[in-house]
Design a protein around this ligand. Structure first.
Ligand SMILES: [Zn+2]
Ligand SMILES: [Zn+2]
Length: 260
């Protein structure tokens, strides 16, 4: 995409860091991966266009939206984003990446507002069930996806910056699983959900996060989609994660920005 901005390194903005039930301080978890080679939303929750501006990103650099799964807290902002990009003057195609079932829900959601095919052209890309699937490659980065274990079909995401060689991985909503460990292997940053404090078939406990982070040997864990009780007592959660994982652990906050 054309831009006059200085070609800087890629960065990841946390647009929301909370679980499915948002709080005063934490919106539903989603991210903006920003790059002059085309920025990507990773999921799309509340007020996406406003938040894109708030983190200082350029709407003209937005290439697309990657949706990890079809739960409302991960995609309900999509019609708003499409509508506001059009109001902003965009006429260039917006790419939407999602697995089959998430596509269906997204299309239905856009149809409610008659936004699916016009005025903003959308190009749909289906994410297959393959592990470490090369979803998107530009001259600056590679995006890969892997199915993880959640209530509905869900994809974890790995982004590699070619300039710095750094890697960020995103668990999406999942219980700890070997597929995620492979996807996150050696990542510098792992954005991991931590939604429950008791073992759960579809979500991760602090102990589970520690297991994935240790097995994948990541540089840093950034906790997102955290249950409010876990955020209230951060030292307890960090102690549980630290039983297995000895790297840096942080709780993400809304509008944090990480360089890649
Ligand atoms: Zn969720
Ligand atoms: Zn979910």
């Amino acid at each position: 995409m054309e831009t006059n901005r200085h070609r800087g390194p890629e960065r990841i903005a946390v647009l929301g860091s909370g679980p499915a039930l948002a709080s005063e301080d934490r919106d539903n978890t989603y991210f903006l991966f920003e790059s002059v080679a085309g920025s990507l939303f990773i999921d799309c929750a509340g007020s996406p266009f406003h938040k894109l501006l708030k983190v200082g990103a350029d709407p003209n650099e937005l290439a697309g939206v990657m949706l990890t799964h079809s739960h409302p807290d991960h995609l309900y902002g999509l019609p708003s984003l499409v509508h506001e990009l059009w109001l902003h003057g965009r006429r260039e195609t917006l790419h939407v990446f999602a697995n089959e079932s998430t596509h269906r829900v997204s299309r239905d959601l856009l149809d409610v507002f008659q936004l699916r095919s016009k005025p903003l052209p959308l190009e749909w890309h289906v994410i297959p069930n393959d592990e470490e699937y090369p979803l998107l490659e530009t001259d600056r980065y590679l995006v890969q996806t892997t199915p993880v274990r959640h209530e509905v079909p869900t994809c974890g995401v790995r982004i590699t910056s070619f300039e710095t060689g750094k890697v960020a991985a995103f668990s999406a909503d999942t219980s700890p699983c070997p597929e995620l460990i492979s996807l996150a292997r050696g990542a510098d940053l792992l954005f991991h959900e931590c939604s429950v404090d008791e073992p759960h078939p579809f979500h991760s406990t602090p102990e589970g996060v520690g297991e994935v982070a240790a097995e994948a040997d990541v540089g840093q864990v950034i906790l997102v989609h955290c249950h409010h009780n876990l955020v209230k007592e951060p030292y307890l959660s960090i102690a549980k994660i630290s039983k297995r994982y000895h790297g840096e652990i942080r709780f993400a906050e809304d509008f944090d920005v990480y360089g890649l």
